[in-house]
Write a protein of this length. Structure first.
Length: 676
């Protein structure tokens, strides 16, 4: 029998507590006239058991490092998370719930990363939340294996995920969950909202997977057929999940979407639209919830308040950490620094020395090899640097001399073999960054950045570090042909807001690009490297310093008639063209712009010193789509680029076929000067 306000005031039942989530979710969606009430109403009982009985967290310190991580992968049910954060005592006011989905509110339509509120990641695109969670659980295991000592488990927390049918239909969930099983992420526990409904209705017609069998095949523990509205059954299932430290767990919870809505529950009508005032009134009656919209009685608030338990669990950890600091001071200092996101005190000096040493090398190398040299130099300074590749280690050259693979048996290493899983790799790295303690980087061919793209977008949106190593950067990769030759990819990455893209031309620019990527903490960086060897360029100290500005004068006249602009492998091409034109008596300048975004951020005076406005004869050269270069060549300049796909042939023949030749560059300059 549903409780009355009076009985609830005496002793709220578990259902009363869950109904607070249902009521707040219904009310907020109705007030916004937009949103998804079905998932919060269907998962409220599961959430109540998890958050009140198991989740280790402290609302008074949302970013406590040893907290459990909670990820709402089915992020359309955002009011579930906002209700939980509000009720348990995080700094999310009732007014924020009233303003759900409104301009300026912190309660966006889908959860957006705000660790100070307890929102661990941005979940909107389905499947990425569970994949971020795999990264979080992997980070926990790696730190625990490296730093924990007998009887001193300073890294000891779980990652909890709510997910739905949509997450499981997205292909990234297969990539991520397969790897989680292989790596034995035993502290990853997922609760599946198995309600059988998506936007288009009953999923049976398009999602007939045997989900428990699928996850068992991955090597997960599966707890099937749990009644998602029975608190005792949910509690028992979670206890069973926690008892297994060798496998990740999927708890399949049978639920009714929109639970409590008399006329709409169990149907797609509750999925993505307000219930309506009449149906909400009927649901309040059915649930025995007699309070006004956005009203929660004190007795129920007291039943949800997480402050006391949170303080207790954090204080216990503080004692453990204090003992650890006494017994292992060097390790404690190291992990403190890592979790704080600080670089070593001598970082700047050692990086400068490494770049100077790299600059002494006069041998032509592929920039992917230059990248490996830089990784070797910097990884020795930063134990938090954690590399990997989507089954292309030998091509991406993302490992270093001291790389140690992360395995199921020993996760204390620093190199992850992701397998052929580009999308999951990028989203897992997001999760590792979100967890803290790591500078993750991962590699694949540039053309496969398309597979990873939405995870890169999420990193840019969340303003978090993620270093992507993209090799085989143009038609210069040669015989593999147009399926593997990126054409539009560099330009497409550049137009992504908050993405920094580097396409260096040699070892010095590559090392500076790596330095910038490591130091940048407010967004992702794409490092674009060549397969083919490129000659070294000569620079003085001022030019080396100017690389960090994204664009600089590499060579040529102080009072130029013509300016040649290039990146990557095409820098060597325009250098040859510049010398030829100089031999003809022309005054020519070469400008290298390895990072368009950083160059665009420079003050006008600096950009004008590199590209004097009075010089209108400008030619930009890049072996890819070149639309963005018109900003720098202007209406009177020219861009030599590609507007088609490549072909299968040796690289020199392809550069000639598509017009990336000294002759074309020099003739273009002559034509522009003649037309002046």
């Amino acid at each position: 029998m549903a409780s009355t306000p009076e009985t609830a005031a005496q002793q709220p039942s578990r259902r009363d507590l869950a109904n607070a989530v249902r009521a707040l979710s219904m009310d907020a969606v109705q007030a916004a006239n937009s949103g998804h009430p079905g998932a919060p109403m269907g998962m409220a009982d599961i959430a109540e058991v998890l958050w009140n009985d198991f989740l280790k967290h402290n609302p008074a310190n949302p970013e406590w490092v040893n907290r459990d991580r909670f990820v709402l992968s089915n992020g359309h049910g955002s009011m579930l998370l906002y209700s939980l954060l509000h009720l348990t005592g995080y700094p999310l006011s009732i007014d924020e719930l009233r303003n759900f989905r409104q301009l300026g509110a912190r309660t966006a339509g889908h959860p957006e990363y705000e660790p100070e509120l307890g929102i661990e990641t941005t979940t909107g695109p389905l499947g990425q939340g569970i994949t971020n969670a795999v990264g979080m659980a992997l980070a926990e295991k790696m730190l625990a294996d490296r730093y924990n000592k007998p009887d001193l488990d300073i890294v000891d927390h779980r990652t909890w995920v709510f997910l739905g049918d949509g997450c499981l239909m997205e292909g990234i969930s297969h990539e991520a969950c397969s790897l989680a099983g292989a790596l034995g992420l035993g502290k990853l526990i997922c609760l599946y909202d198995d309600n059988g409904i998506s936007i288009d209705g009953d999923v049976a017609g398009w999602f007939a997977d045997d989900t428990p069998a699928r996850f068992r095949a991955y090597g997960w523990q599966v707890i099937a057929d749990v009644d998602g509205h029975d608190a005792a059954a949910i509690h028992k299932a979670i206890e069973q999940a926690q008892a297994n430290s060798e496998q990740p767990t999927l708890i399949c919870c049978k639920t009714i979407i929109g639970f409590g809505s008399p006329n709409k529950q169990g149907t797609e009508a509750t999925h993505g639209a307000p219930l309506g005032t009449e149906e909400i009134a009927a649901a309040r009656e059915a649930l025995g919830w007699s309070w006004e919209p956005f009203e929660v009685p004190d007795s129920i608030r007291a039943g949800w308040d997480g402050h006391e338990a949170g303080q207790r669990v954090e204080q216990a950890w503080d004692k453990t950490m204090a003992t650890y600091r006494e017994q292992y001071p060097e390790l404690a200092t190291e992990i403190d620094r890592r979790l704080a996101g600080d670089l070593p005190a001598d970082w700047v000096e050692k990086v400068a020395a490494a770049i100077a040493e790299i600059g002494k090398n006069e041998k032509p190398l592929a920039t992917r090899k230059d990248s490996q040299i830089a990784i070797n130099a910097f990884a020795s300074l930063l134990p938090e640097m954690t590399g990997g590749s989507a089954d292309l280690t030998g091509s991406n050259l993302t490992n270093h001399d001291a790389s140690v693979p992360v395995t199921r048996e020993d996760a204390s290493g620093d190199y992850i073999y992701y397998g052929v899983r580009e999308f999951a790799m990028a989203a897992i790295m997001n999760g590792m960054t979100l967890h803290g303690g790591f500078i993750p980087y991962g590699g694949t061919f540039l053309t496969f950045s398309d597979y990873a793209r939405n995870a890169l977008r999420m990193a840019a949106l969340m303003k978090i570090q993620n270093i992507l190593v993209f090799t085989h950067d143009s038609i210069g990769l040669g015989e593999d042909g147009p399926t593997h030759q990126p054409v539009e990819h560099v330009e497409s990455l550049r137009i992504m807001p908050n993405m920094t893209v580097w396409r260096p031309c040699d070892g010095v620019e590559t090392a500076v690009a790596w330095q910038d990527a490591i130091e940048r903490r407010d967004g992702p960086t794409s490092l674009i490297f060549s397969r083919q060897s490129l000659p070294r360029q000569v620079r003085d100290a001022d030019q080396v310093a100017a690389v960090r500005r994204g664009g600089y004068v590499l060579y040529g006249d102080a009072d130029p008639q013509a300016i040649l602009i290039a990146t990557g492998s095409e820098v060597a091409l325009v250098m040859d063209a510049a010398r030829e034109l100089q031999n003809e008596g022309l005054r020519v300048r070469v400008v290298s712009i390895p990072c368009v975004e950083l160059f665009a951020d420079q003050e006008d005076d600096y950009r004008d010193s590199v590209l004097p406005p009075s010089v209108t004869c400008r030619v930009a050269v890049e072996a890819g789509v070149g639309n963005g270069w018109y900003v720098y060549v202007g209406s009177e300049g020219s861009v030599i680029s590609m507007d088609c796909f490549g072909e299968s042939a040796p690289a020199p023949l392809l550069f000639e076929k598509f017009g990336f030749t000294t002759e074309r560059v020099t003739s273009t300059v002559r034509e522009l000067l003649a037309a002046d």
